[in-house]
Design a protein around this ligand. Structure first.
Ligand SMILES: [Zn+2]
Length: 259
């Protein structure tokens, strides 16, 4: 094939809006920046890059990329030592595989996908798949506030996290009123390293480069003066193989409730 033909074909492909396949074969359009229902695409972390989070640091057993653990441990220990935190910050939900995310997203298959996507990322489009993002729980609970609800923002431990998280390399991915039009998730934070030279930070910052430029976190870790754009986007999950636990609109999801 001649070069001009190849270039013409590439131009057509670039101009053609792609579709992402969701639960039960339903398709939704992918936006020009790769987002599906507002969420940017993320690939799954390699299993050997993930390590268990020590039980003292987590409400539920979970795994994260090993580079995140030192900062997570320092953050949680610092909150315990600081009376201003008034309690504990703990990991609640960590890495979630794309298959697991599909089960979470599809289990409420009868409701509108766009509505679900306000609070749950479609499979292949969750920061949790990278192993660099997690949901925090705050203890003690205040006024019976459930985990992963906006009311967690009223806890002293949350306010402590807002003031201190960036020192440990964490930033809030979906602040209130974000331009991404994803629901405010005060419990959801991604790790990018407190500085660019922190081990693992370069990888995390590359993965989240688009998000950090287009839809900045708040509070945010200071961005690098020079942002290196990602050359290739991660593969977009097409949902070609429905997991057995997610058929006929009914999905079984173990233990975790949502998000
Ligand atoms: Zn989350």
């Amino acid at each position: 094939m001649r070069l001009t033909t190849i270039l013409a074909a590439m131009a057509v492909l670039a101009a053609t809006p792609a579709n992402a396949q969701l639960c039960d074969g339903r398709r939704v359009p992918t936006s020009a920046d790769g987002r599906v229902l507002g969420h940017l695409p993320y690939g799954d972390a390699a299993p050997d890059a993930l390590v268990p989070v020590p039980s003292a640091l987590s409400v539920n057993p979970c795994v994260l990329r090993r580079e995140v653990l030192p900062d997570l441990q320092r953050l949680i220990e610092a909150a315990v030592r600081d009376p201003a935190a008034g309690g504990q910050v703990l990991a609640l939900s960590c890495h979630r595989s794309i298959t697991y995310q599909e089960a979470v997203f599809c289990r409420e298959g009868r409701t509108d996908a766009a509505q679900r996507a306000l609070s749950v990322a479609p499979p292949g489009h969750s920061e949790h798949a990278t192993g660099f993002a997690l949901d925090f729980a705050f203890r003690p609970r205040r006024n019976d506030c459930p985990d992963a609800e906006a009311c967690v923002a009223a806890t002293p431990a949350f306010r402590w996290l807002v003031k201190n998280a960036a020192r440990y390399g964490f930033e809030m991915s979906f602040p209130a009123g974000n331009r991404q039009r994803v629901k405010w998730e005060p419990w959801h934070w991604r790790w990018v390293g407190a500085s660019a030279t922190t081990p693992g930070a370069a990888r995390a910052r590359a993965l989240f480069a688009d998000a950090r430029v287009r839809y900045p976190a708040e509070p945010a870790v200071e961005r690098d003066p020079v942002v290196v754009a990602r050359v290739m986007p991660p593969p977009v999950y097409m949902g070609a193989i429905a997991p057995p636990e997610c058929r006929k609109g009914k999905c079984k999801v173990a233990r975790e409730k949502k998000r």
